[in-house]
Design a protein around this ligand. Structure first.
Ligand code: PMP
Length: 434
């Protein structure tokens, strides 16, 4: 009784002082603690977190928490000093990258990283256009909102940004070339159309920005070589390629770099951007580029590149601790194996539940597309919402990418036990809603 009162008061005060909260549920959760794979509400309820894409190595990992505390107790200020932890972290983060991806610029979020990468691409190419994949999300600044048609696709066409072109998503489940052996080339040909359309409006692409996990497009798996074909077309027009690793990076897809898991070659990348899991919850964003591009940029239009908090000592200590844990606990390999097991179990459920149209993904990134009919592939939108709510009632948090695709992104620390808890509950939930 008392807790319900508290909840209602908190919710009212939240709206009064902070505005509405963005969430999937009719009643937003009041979470007060989290550890490992679990989150705990104020009333003590434990929730299995199958959605969160930030705590990649598990919530509140003690090694990261200690590193943050230790560094915050030693030095925590702006970034106008030489500082060994930032240097060491940048060297470690780029250690397995080729020479043309050797320099880090630290910022505070994924949006900021993408915004800066695009600014540099525009400045150096002297072009101002952008290519993105349909339903992309790359951030919330003015520039990255323009690069996120998930944010503006509902608006009438005349309100869409004129210097951005959207490429047909390389969807191998329901897309126009899903059954075509030439799918990669045919989907990539849309970049020719897009480049021509930009040119007609007086623009050329400064960059192709891409999340190779195609997460907000529905966790799609692009056909082999698709990303390279598009990258080559864009680079041929003088544009750059920005691999947005905010979702795919840091081990999510079975390798540290998501673009490698998804077949975008190192040599086709000019910028890598990172966010979310890179600090496991501590704010940190990264742009990786060549020292050559960095020099050209600083000698050009924008000599005062500085972020007060970007890559401060505490953020770098958090980032370094995340790398420690990934290595020590062998989490990337473990996550890849558990992700396979999860998809195998979901495949087993698909044999009993025809509403499961497709199960796809890599490593610990899985999409489950729900349909009312397997032949027509009619999206099961209402069912998707019901399942998300019903799983909440079973104390399991899941989310969706598209209106009928569940997005499952558990931490890499899962064992088969967590998969079984999730799959059994999902099975029951599907049974209830058939
Ligand atoms: N890129 C991608 C692929 C993302 O998913 C997001 C966040 N959902 C961002 C960029 C923006 O990151 P942030 O919210 O940290 O600014």
């Amino acid at each position: 009784e008392h807790l319900t009162d508290d909840y209602d008061v908190l919710r009212h005060e939240r709206e009064a002082h902070l505005g509405p909260i963005w969430h999937f549920y009719a009643k937003p959760l009041h979470i007060t603690r989290a550890r490992g794979a679990w989150m705990y509400a104020a009333d003590g309820t434990a929730y299995l977190d199958v959605y969160n894409n930030v705590p990649q190595i598990g919530h509140c990992h003690p090694h990261v928490a200690k590193a943050i505390y230790r560094q915050a107790s030693a030095l925590n200020t702006n970034t106008r000093y030489m500082c060994d932890v930032a240097v060491e972290y940048a060297a470690r983060l780029t250690a397995d990258l080729p020479d043309h991806l050797d320099t880090c610029i630290f910022v505070n979020s994924g949006s900021e990283a993408n915004d800066l990468a695009m600014q540099i691409a525009m400045s150096l190419s002297r072009q101002d256009g952008g290519l993105i994949i349909d339903q992309a999300y790359h951030g919330c600044t003015e520039l990255t909102t323009a690069l996120s048609n998930e944010s503006w696709r509902h608006l009438p066409a005349e309100e869409h940004p004129k210097r951005i072109e959207t490429l047909t998503a390389p969807d191998m489940y329901r897309g126009p070339f899903s059954r075509d052996p030439q799918a990669a080339a045919k989907y990539a040909a849309d970049a020719d159309r897009a480049i021509a359309a930009l040119r007609e409006r007086g623009h050329r692409p400064a960059a192709f920005m891409v999340d190779t996990a195609l997460c907000s497009s529905g966790v799609l798996r692009a056909p082999e070589n698709y990303f390279n074909l598009v990258a080559e077309k864009v680079r041929a027009t003088g544009g750059f390629v920005i691999a947005d690793e905010v979702q795919a990076g840091c081990g999510r897809m079975g390798t540290f770099w998501g673009f490698r898991a998804n077949g975008l070659k190192d040599e086709n990348i000019d910028f890598i951007t990172m966010g979310k899991p890179v600090g496991n919850g501590h704010p940190l964003g990264v742009v990786i580029l060549s020292s050559e591009l960095m020099k050209r940029f600083l000698n050009g239009t924008y000599p005062l590149l500085f972020s007060t908090f970007g890559g401060n000592t505490v953020a770098c200590a958090a980032g370094m601790a995340v790398l420690d844990v990934l290595e020590r606990e062998d989490l990337i390999k473990r996550g890849a194996a558990i992700g396979e097991y999860l998809r195998q179990e979901l495949g087993r459920l698909a044999e009993q539940h025809p509403v499961i149209g497709d199960v796809r993904g890599l490593g610990m990134m899985t999409g489950v597309e729900l349909v009312t009919d397997r032949l027509t592939k009619e999206p099961a939108i209402t069912l998707t919402e019901r399942l998300i709510d019903d799983m909440l009632a079973r104390n399991i948090l899941i989310g969706k990418g598209t209106p009928n695709t569940l997005k499952l992104r558990p931490p890499l620390i899962w064992s088969r036990d967590e998969v079984d808890i999730f799959v059994n509950a999902f099975d029951d939930s599907l049974r209830k809603h058939q």
